[in-house]
Design a protein around this ligand. Structure first.
Ligand code: IPM
Ligand code: MG
Length: 356
């Protein structure tokens, strides 16, 4: 198969983890006889520095022409505490999502047996937790207009907007995911208070008969936040709007004790994008110490969801599990044992794939 991808390393540790992700991608393509071509482009703070725009038109054009996008991380502390900055790295991320039509963000939450003890929850609560959060990514308060300030600057407003069409397409995606898993879908909203949530719930109720084999239930978002820490094993597939999803996916990602290990996929109208759920970790940039596993597992998701190449994805997962079992791990999970460098972990995994 011909794979034509774009790599967007981005900021902070992005370039370092991306280098390892690319080696893994090449090794898998060699092994299975796929022909890989790739282009690299700038995004985020590094793109602001280079060309004054966090998501330049050239980067967008390359993404549109390719079959998949591998994305590292964006964000730079110099923008975080400057609310008056006119151009911000995050704007690039939001524009990229909107322009690529990436309406569905898929974040699998899985546990790794060797890391359960790192969970902030009791082991018996998380051991075996395995669910998927599906977050709507191009609507809601992030994009609703009007947004801004009154003339005197003392009143601010955001607008939360959802159309039936936007809700239907994300729910179809969620029903399909549930169908491939344990057939349980939880719709998370705030229908007791918010108008957009009431439309979500109405549309979900109308669609449910189309998927008779899926058991559907509804949770208010505050209750869902509580349930994620009280009984995470009760979830299979969870679907929610953009802002709720932003918050719940951060919460869900840490309960496994392995936030540095979780990948995500964003899919939609054009090219799909694969990225780790962690950020740019600026304190570690250039030090060769960050954990490359979430980025490498994003490559597994790219093969699986982006190209329907399931064996290729499985091989990457196997290699990652082998590295964990062999104790070839970065400092964040070394637990007093030997801490390997980011590049050593990446190279170990690439060698595992080559030599298998
Ligand atoms: C995420 C991030 C982004 C978001 C930020 C960086 C704009 O938190 O991908 O979850 O809020 O969507
Ligand atoms: Mg977030």
């Amino acid at each position: 198969m011909k794979l034509n991808i774009v790599v967007l390393p981005g900021d902070g540790i992005g370039p370092e983890i991306m280098a390892q992700a690319l080696s893994v991608t090449k090794a898998v393509c060699d092994k299975f006889g796929h022909e890989l071509t790739y282009n690299q482009a700038v995004v985020g703070a590094s793109a602001i520095d280079a060309v004054g725009d966090p998501y330049p038109a050239e980067t967008h054009a390359l993404c549109m022409q390719s079959d998949a996008v591998l994305f590292g991380a964006i964000g730079d502390p110099k923008y975080d505490n400057d609310p008056s900055a006119k151009v911000r790295p995050e704007q690039g991320l939001l524009r990229m999502r909107k322009q690529l039509g990436l309406y569905g963000n898929i974040r699998p939450v899985i546990t790794f047996p060797s890391l359960i003890h790192k969970s902030p929850l009791k082991a018996e609560l998380v051991d075996g937790a395995d669910f998927v959060c599906i977050r709507e990514l191009t609507g809601g308060m992030y994009f609703g207009r009007p947004q801004g300030r009154s003339e005197d600057g003392n009143t601010a407003y955001d607008t939360c907007v959802y159309t039936r069409e936007e809700i239907e397409r994300i729910l179809h995606l969620a029903f399909k995911f549930a169908g491939q898993r344990r057939k349980k879908l939880t719709v998370v909203d705030k229908a007791n208070v918010i108008a957009t949530s009431r439309l979500w719930r109405q549309v979900a109720q109308e669609m449910a008969p189309l998927y008779p084999d899926i058991e559907i239930d509804y949770l208010f978002v505050d209750n869902a936040a509580m349930r994620i820490i009280q009984w995470p094993k009760s979830f299979d597939v969870m679907v929610t709007e953009n802002m709720f999803g932003d918050i719940l996916t951060d919460e869900a990602s840490v309960i496994t004790g392995s936030m540095g290990l979780l990948p995500s996929a964003s899919i939609g109208l054009h090219t799909s994008l694969f990225e780790p759920i962690h950020g740019s970790y600026p304190q570690a940039a250039g030090k060769d110490i960050a954990n490359p596993l979430a980025m490498i597992l994003s490559v597994a998701l790219m093969f699986e969801y982006g190209f329907d190449l399931v064996k290729e994805g499985a091989l990457i997962r196997e290699a990652v599990n082998a590295s964990l079992e062999a104790g070839v791990v970065t400092e964040d999970i070394a637990d007093g044992g030997k801490a390997y460098k980011l590049s050593e972990v990446g190279e170990w995994i690439t060698d595992y794939i080559i030599n298998l």
